[in-house]
Design a protein around this ligand. Structure first.
Ligand SMILES: [Ca+2]
Ligand SMILES: [Ca+2]
Ligand SMILES: [Ca+2]
Ligand SMILES: [Ca+2]
Length: 484
């Protein structure tokens, strides 16, 4: 049975106690690996960066840039993003098992900011304004870093259901939207601003102007969080890319899965997705991402002018993935890989290996612990953090994924345990909480999740359910160090 060992194995390096880089066991290895690789820097900068001088140890904490798209599946969507490929995939580490703890906008984003699972933030779904209003904005990435001396700015979507006129807390600058692609209104530092034209150009402009403002005092590091609309419904490309060519679609074997008798009834009942709809959504999503690529290039251009690219830890990810007709499904929310996995790429020249892929299980709840580790900010935590630093020398053996009944969907709740090579899923009755269906996939033998081993009519290949159930039951109520 795979993945029986539960929980994390890295208790000695929890991020809340700051572990200096010089003593972190994995760091020396990272530096050595990095020195053997190249990244997109002018030569003299790269050389200076490779020398393990004492200056590195005393170096000021890095800036932190997070670009968090909306509904972008991994990895094929990156094919239309050459700048993201060059800057992030070429210049950083791509996490093949990068995922989100809950594949839905509002829960995913609140967990990113707080470093905590939805079952601890209480933001379980979309369309729950009371829970969102009660969200503790101080005990967040932005709250802790701002208190710790960082300048902070946000551009784009915050928690998607917050009214535009509610200014978000703990940002020195902000230009927030509630979504949309064209003529989108922004709340800019508390003032309503209408815009005329395509949204990503404005996001690039606001980002660049906030960066300029930050760098009027070079000695203070900054956090910039940018959350584009793309490639969310209604998938509207900019005029520049409206008819841009997209890569030929490659339909996986799970495309409108021919035999779904192993799946829960509510998946079986789902009608096939029409091919024309699939092609249309796919092409439009890819075209909207081309503008995000331009925006990313513009932000890095500005950082480069300000001489800050090397001193910045940058993360490219999405709040959830998206099904393109796999298992006859479209959209997000489901436990299957195309829905729960996201692009997850991290760069920090000289610190994070460049141009490599990792199979480590990572998610958005790890960003706050990572930020605390690299910044050296060690706040009095209001709540224990459920995630762990990406720079931790040990990685988790399994990851928890959870989805709760949301006001904007009829989909039943579920929870899952993901190992690197397998996934165990339980579906629940929304009222009683009782288990209604189980799935188990061997992702090595069955990477497209075609055969649920618990419902294939062959008991000889079944995993042992009892320990999996026990592990998932514990994870669903975990907090802090108890979390996997
Ligand atoms: Ca989303
Ligand atoms: Ca600076
Ligand atoms: Ca099947
Ligand atoms: Ca079986």
């Amino acid at each position: 049975m795979l993945g029986e060992e539960s929980g994390r194995t890295h208790g000695a390096t929890r991020v809340c106690r700051r572990v200096p880089f010089t003593t972190a066991a994995g760091f020396a290895v990272l530096v050595l690996v990095s020195a053997l690789l190249t990244w997109d820097l002018p030569k003299e900068e790269a050389i200076a960066d490779e020398s393990p001088s004492p200056a590195r140890v005393a170096a000021p904490p890095p800036n932190i840039l997070i670009i968090n798209t909306d509904d972008q599946r991994a990895p094929e969507t990156l094919a239309v993003m050459p700048k993201v490929q060059r800057l992030f995939q070429g210049g950083g580490t791509t996490y093949q098992n990068g995922m989100v703890s809950t594949p839905l906008c509002c829960p995913s984003r609140s967990s990113l900011f707080s470093g905590r699972f939805s079952h601890n933030t209480g933001i379980l779904g979309n369309g729950i304004p009371d829970a969102v209003a009660a969200f503790d904005q101080d005990s967040t990435l932005q709250g802790y870093l701002q208190d710790g001396g960082y300048q902070t700015a946000m551009v784009g979507k915050y928690l998607t259901t917050v009214s535009l006129m509610n200014s978000p807390k703990n940002w020195d600058h902000w230009a927030v939207t509630t979504g949309g692609y064209v003529n989108v209104p922004f709340n800019v530092n508390g003032t309503y601003q209408s815009t005329s034209g395509y949204v990503s150009q404005y996001m690039a402009q606001y980002s660049k102007s906030f960066l300029e403002d930050f760098e009027t005092s070079d000695d203070k590091p900054w956090l910039l969080y940018v959350a584009p609309q793309a490639p969310h419904w209604d998938y509207r490309p900019s005029p520049k890319y409206r008819t841009a060519p997209v890569p030929e679609p490659v339909k996986p074997p799970s495309w409108n899965e021919p035999d779904t008798t192993d799946k829960p009834p509510w998946v079986q009942w789902h009608p096939d997705i029409a091919e024309a709809d699939y092609l249309d959504v796919r092409a439009k999503q890819l075209r909207t991402l081309m503008s995000v690529d331009d925006m990313t290039g513009a932000i890095f251009g500005q950082m480069s002018q300000l001489n800050e690219t090397r001193d910045t830890l940058a993360i490219f990810m999405s709040d959830n993935g998206y099904l393109w007709a796999e298992h006859n499904l479209d959209g997000k929310r489901y436990p299957y890989m195309e829905s729960t996995e996201v692009p997850f790429i991290v760069r920090w020249p000289g610190h994070i290996p460049a141009g490599v892929e990792s199979t480590q299980l990572v998610s958005q709840i790890d960003l706050l612990p990572t930020a605390l580790e690299v910044s050296g900010v060690s706040p009095q935590l209001t709540y224990p953090l459920d995630g762990q630093s990406l720079l931790s020398p040990t990685s988790r053996a399994v990851a928890l994924q959870e989805y709760f009944k949301s006001n904007d969907s009829a989909l039943a709740p579920w929870a899952a345990i993901r190992g690197e090579t397998w996934q165990y899923i339980e579906w629940y009755d929304a009222d009683s909480g009782g288990i209604t269906f189980r799935e188990y996939y061997d992702l090595t033998a069955d990477p497209y999740q075609l055969v649920n081993l618990l419902k294939d009519g062959d008991e000889s290949n079944d995993p042992r359910v009892a320990p999996l159930k026990e592990q998932l039951t514990a994870a669903r109520i975990c907090s802090g160090e108890d979390c996997p």
